[in-house]
Design a protein around this ligand. Structure first.
Ligand code: FES
Length: 157
């Protein structure tokens, strides 16, 4: 599987319309669309060595953060975190499934946001809430261990 998003059917239709009629372009709006594939990806089983990304006290329940980490090859990666409840932290890749820009937790809508083209992702499961992205964010296993938030960062597929 690849992180590169397929063009949404609507995008294709809008591009086709652009060739035939300027009037149809207005129906395509600004390129934003509802997600066509809203399914959340599964959380993988923890494998390899967990990385302590931040202190639990620095991620209160309901909050989001971006933490630096290393993938198995030693490459720097960004991990989006969401503290779902006292005992649960969810972790996602911060690579946008649209065209690969960095997704950030800095958002006025309490979600994950990609400033490149405006895609938004749900902190609760990584699904797309606003396009142009159509695929959910890849997930990582994460846990709270003592005072630390741990993530098991696997290689990108
Ligand atoms: S790269 Fe296009 S919305 Fe993220």
């Amino acid at each position: 599987m690849t992180d590169i998003a397929r063009p949404a059917r609507r995008t294709f239709m809008c591009a086709s319309a652009a060739l035939g009629s300027a009037a149809l372009l207005t129906a395509c709006g600004d390129g934003h669309s509802e997600a066509d594939t809203p399914e959340a990806l599964p959380i993988p089983e923890p494998t390899g060595e967990g990385q302590a990304l931040m202190k639990t006290k620095d991620l209160p329940v309901g909050s989001r953060a971006l933490a630096p980490a290393k993938d198995p090859s030693g490459k720097d990666v960004g991990i989006l975190l969401f503290r779902k409840d006292e005992k649960t932290v969810l972790a996602y890749s911060n690579v946008c499934t649209h065209q690969g820009c960095a997704v950030t937790p800095k958002s006025s809508k309490e979600d994950f946001y990609c400033a490149c083209h405006g895609s938004r992702f749900a902190p609760a499961d990584g699904t797309v809430t606003d396009g142009p992205a159509i695929a959910a964010l890849p997930r990582y296993a994460a846990a709270i261990q003592g005072d630390d938030i741990i993530a098991y960062v696997t290689a990108a597929e």
